[in-house]
Ligand binder design. Structure first.
Ligand code: ZN
Length: 310
């Protein structure tokens, strides 16, 4: 870096442009700035402002204070160290001398990534001149924190700006919570949605009964196969009798299951003898119901579900 040369911070040169890297950092808090002005007023400005191609790379508050006080401000031209870009220099200088939280440091450093890459590409055709690992190291955060900050910069500018101000990320900035899947409709034995409350309740609570029916079917197969195998243990088993008994149990349970609404009362009459006032009947009862009543039930259920009757 060359020796400081005093420059006017007043008059026509008081409005020097600020480098983008310098502008990444938040303004100095008002009370701190007032202290800086008071200090410069009493002691003068001894730390030179760093310029790069006539742009302020570091020291914009000092420059502003000198301009306000109408006093000379020392400046130096930035001389890069090997491989260091102007943004890298400004970021490294400011990152830890301000009171910034880890979240703020990560967000600011994320903003510097594209600047540094562009600067490095200019001088060496190197397009990946800044890595998340290097950024994390310079911000003093973990690589994972850096990666999150960089992703937020690209995908959620509002949350990114809030992070730079040191605000906690809002929960709502993420994707909306997944909707609860619609419960599957409960179907009756005819394939219509069981809208009658008592029928629906009966079907829903018939799970164990349904499982028993399935188990009996499996049991019949097992008994048949076991007897076919001709083991000594089956010498006294009368396969046909067992199978018939199991079949009867199967038929009894299957036809006792809630099937559909009662054709006699349409699921509406309390004193109905066909359904004991429950409003629903089993498959057995339904099959014994007169045909016209069966058809009326199907028509009614089809109308309710908005589909065509058979
Ligand atoms: Zn009935």
């Amino acid at each position: 870096m060359s020796a400081p040369t005093p420059a006017k911070a007043r008059g026509s040169k008081s409005e020097l442009p600020i480098h983008r890297a310098c502008a990444l950092f938040p303004d100095m808090p008002t009370d701190e700035y007032k202290e800086l002005v008071a200090d410069i007023k009493a002691n003068g400005c001894h730390v030179p402002v760093v310029l790069y191609d006539g742009v302020i790379l570091d020291g914009r508050h000092r420059w502003k204070a000198c301009a306000e006080l109408k006093i000379d401000c020392p400046t130096v031209n930035w001389k890069p160290k090997k491989g260091q870009s102007p943004t890298e220099y400004a970021v490294a200088l400011n990152m830890h001398r301000r009171h910034l939280s880890a979240g703020q440091r990560a967000a600011i450093r994320a903003d510097a990534i594209p600047l540094i890459r562009a600067e490095k590409a200019k001088v060496s055709n190197e397009t990946s001149g800044d890595t998340l690992t290097a950024a994390a190291k310079s911000a003093g955060v973990s690589r994972a924190t850096m990666a999150r900050a960089d992703k937020r910069r690209r995908e959620d500018p509002e949350a990114h700006e809030a992070a730079k101000r040191g605000e906690k990320p809002k929960k709502s900035s993420g994707p909306p919570p997944a909707r609860k899947p619609k419960p599957k409709p409960v179907l009756d034995g005819l394939g219509f949605e069981a809208k009658h409350p008592k029928l629906r309740e009966a079907i829903e609570s018939a799970g164990e009964l349904r499982q028993l029916v399935i188990d009996i079917i499996k049991c019949r197969t097992r008994v048949r196969n076991f007897c076919k195998a001709g083991s000594e243990a089956t010498r006294c088993v009368h396969h046909q009798t067992v199978d018939t008994d199991l079949k009867n149990a199967f038929i009894h349970l299957k036809f006792a299951m809630p099937f559909t609404i009662c054709g006699y009362c349409g699921g509406q009459k309390r004193g109905c003898k066909a359904c004991d006032g429950s409003g629903w009947v089993t498959e057995k009862i339904f099959k014994m119901t007169p045909r016209d009543m069966q058809a009326a039930v199907k028509r009614k259920l089809a109308e309710q579900s908005g589909s065509k009757a058979e």
